[in-house]
Ligand binder design. Structure first.
Ligand code: GAP
Length: 482
């Protein structure tokens, strides 16, 4: 029997206990909403990055990748609108001095209401947010009697905007002109390199530029483990298209990205699209792909039709042309499309949120009790392609030459996929440990291996075991990784 209800606290402690994710600076009592990836977390993260990169870059002839710097010229953030617009409506409780993001405060309140009433409140809130109606939002909070979780009072300030960008100083003299920002999205690094890549890569529209990298946001209410962090990673792709074709490309990328999510083995009913009511300052259409996290349906990826906003703004602020010359013939006029600033469809997925999604999906507590004895296990049922360890090689004992055979197998497999070698503890204990790390295959080398070259292979999900020849192990694991 497996249980997969709201198990976020169990997932958090499992991640810490088994070396996936640690609170940052833990020996100094941690740093709020900042996390470190441990030895298995980093493998999981790398596998997800590779999967995304392969599907976006390698599988598309017209998409290439870049890696732009985190520090960028400060005018970029003025041009992109982040200095003036990248803010969230906040409200402070005057008694506790605690600050809340208005939407989070209302969403938290709604969690305890019945679904229909809650949905109506959220719909009303989204309308108020879309109109930037701050008085309306404050009235809503007051009328609903929403209390601060610390002071338990309704003594609220007015609703105000709060910019989410972190700033720092470039150089040794702290003058205002030296203020630079930690990028709040990786996308701008792509926009400002648009022509560099287009020209050097001889790219023809439509084409895309992909990037994986860190982003930073001074989130006021950072919560939900690695769901909302202050330092996180994004996997973004900007797809440059001819003006007027953006709607069909928007639909195309919605469908393509949903297919990617489903290919993780997560069922359709765990996902849904959520169309934005309040569009970001750069978008003419936008939606989220939401996943049913332990704390409910929440955004894991955004798909945005960003128009020509960013490139136009960079042309304006940098005074450098951001145009593309399209020599394809427009059937309507019989002439080349000529010069224009491309429109952009963006796909933007949070790497850490994807990790939380696959952890939530994989984390399973199983009761294995029989009439004779009580037993249970925690198993991470990752898709094989993203499992941190693919194969555990376990000699029954160190002596009698079993360790040597195991090391030989380890050597022949390690160049193809990540293997783990373990000779301590009973086999049963070692299997359980590998279940907890999500290792799909364990092979045990025993005395029979010495006689006929066979090993016992044990399958993580079914816990079934069979004997196969050790020469077939590598092939079996490699086939299962696709
Ligand atoms: N370039 C567009 C952009 O940044 P976004 O919807 O603000 O759009 C994209 O962010 C994705 O980045 C989100 O869907 C989410 O997965 C991830 N993300 C955003 N803020 C985050 C945070 N504070 N912690 C973790 N992931 C975050």
């Amino acid at each position: 029997m497996s249980t997969n209800q709201n198990n976020l606290p169990a997932i958090i402690s499992h991640c810490k206990e088994y070396g996936f994710i640690f609170p940052s600076s833990e020996i100094y009592d941690g740093l709020s909403a900042v996390y470190d990836y441990g030895q298995w977390g980093v493998e999981l993260k790398k596998n997800i990055k590779d999967l995304w990169w392969k599907s976006m870059v390698y599988m598309h002839e017209n998409i290439v990748g870049i890696d732009s710097a985190i520090f960028m010229h400060p005018t970029i953030w003025k041009a992109s609108g982040h200095v003036d617009n990248f803010s969230d409506p906040m409200i402070d409780n005057l008694d506790s001095k605690k600050r809340y993001r208005v939407d989070h405060l209302i969403e938290g309140f709604v969690e305890n209401l019945d679904a229909e009433k809650g949905a109506q409140i959220i719909a009303d809130m989204e309308l108020l947010l879309a109109k930037d109606d701050f008085d309306g939002l404050k009235n809503m909070i007051v009328n609903l009697g929403i209390k601060c979780s610390v002071s338990n009072t309704c003594n609220w300030t007015n609703v105000r905007q709060f910019n989410l960008m972190f700033s720092t100083q470039l150089g040794s003299v702290a003058e205002e002109s030296d203020t630079i920002y930690l990028r709040p999205e990786t996308a701008q690094g792509i926009f400002v390199n648009f022509l560099n890549v287009q020209k050097t890569g001889r790219m023809k529209i439509p084409f895309g530029i992909a990037q994986i990298g860190k982003a930073f946001r001074n989130e006021i209410v950072a919560r939900g483990f690695i769901f909302r962090m202050r330092e996180f990673e994004q996997m973004e792709m900007q797809f440059f298209v001819r003006p007027g074709t953006q709607k069909e490309w928007y639909e195309h990328w919605k469908e393509t990205r949903m297919k990617w999510h489903l290919a993780l083995g997560i069922p359709q009913e765990k996902y849904r699209f959520h169309d934005h009511v309040k569009l970001a300052h750069y978008a003419d259409a936008a939606c989220d792909i939401e996943y049913d996290f332990p704390m409910g349906f929440k955004e894991v990826e955004g798909i945005h039709s960003r128009t020509d906003f960013d490139l136009t703004q960079h042309q304006l602020y940098s005074k450098k042309k951001m145009q593309y010359f399209d020599n394809d013939i427009d059937e309507a006029t019989g002439k080349a499309f000529g010069n224009y600033i491309p429109y952009v469809i963006e796909t933007s997925i949070g790497l850490d949120r994807t990790i939380l999604m696959v952890l939530s999906e994989a984390y399973t507590e199983e009761d294995l009790s029989t009439a004779e004895k009580q037993d249970s296990r925690v198993v991470l049922k990752f898709p094989i392609k993203i499992a941190p360890i693919k194969l555990a090689i376990l000699p029954l004992m160190k002596k009698d030459g079993l360790a040597e055979i195991a090391k030989e197998l380890m050597q022949s497999c390690s160049e193809h996929f990540f293997c783990f070698y373990e000779e301590k503890d009973s086999i049963g204990k070692r299997y359980r440990r590998m279940d907890a790390l999500g290792t799909p295959f364990c092979v045990t080398i025993d005395h029979q291996t010495k006689e006929d070259g066979t090993v016992t292979i044990r399958y993580r999900n079914s816990m079934e075991q069979e004997r196969i020849h050790m020469n077939d192990v590598k092939e079996l694991v490699m086939k299962s990784m696709h």
